[in-house]
Design a protein around this ligand. Structure first.
Ligand code: SF4
Ligand code: SF4
Length: 137
């Protein structure tokens, strides 16, 4: 697997789907926005404990998506930072094909060290345990 994120690209941020938030994500992003965690939750978060996620605005997939990139790039959720090294993408060829259909960085650049990619995927599994339960949607 080769991967190199392409400058100026925001295609992964435009894909339909949920952006889950771990407690660490919420602490980091709310601090960056100078909001309490309760204020951040009120403005930006929906979903139940363990599967909290960013609330979507009407016209786009993410409240922090700007025309030129992520408005919270330095503190973005681990889910975003980890892409495309999500557990399901590493484990399933069909998921890799689906991701490659919208991510122009997959298949470009240097070969990915699988141990590094797996470490990222394991961190995702640890931070979002409820999202990756077998019966999760
Ligand atoms: S779709 Fe791929 S290349 Fe584009 S921003 Fe996301 S990870 Fe980078
Ligand atoms: S938080 Fe940033 S990186 Fe994640 S989907 Fe929103 S705009 Fe994209």
């Amino acid at each position: 697997m080769r991967f190199q994120c392409q400058p100026g690209c925001i295609r992964c941020c435009e894909q339909p789907g949920h952006i889950y938030l771990s407690p660490a994500d919420i602490a980091r992003i709310s601090g960056h926005l100078i909001l309490t965690q309760a204020e951040f939750r009120r403005q930006y978060v929906c979903g139940v404990k363990g599967r909290e996620r960013l609330r979507k605005p009407r016209a786009k997939q993410c409240p922090f998506l700007l025309s030129d990139g992520c408005g919270i790039h330095t503190v973005k959720p681990l889910q975003c930072k980890a892409f495309p090294f999500w557990p399901e993408i590493l484990d399933k060829a069909s998921e890799r094909r689906d991701a490659a259909a919208y991510c122009p960085g997959l298949g470009k650049g240097p070969l990915v060290n699988i141990r590094v990619a797996r470490r990222v995927a394991n961190q995702v599994l640890r931070e979002y345990p409820e999202v990756y339960q077998p019966d999760a949607e």
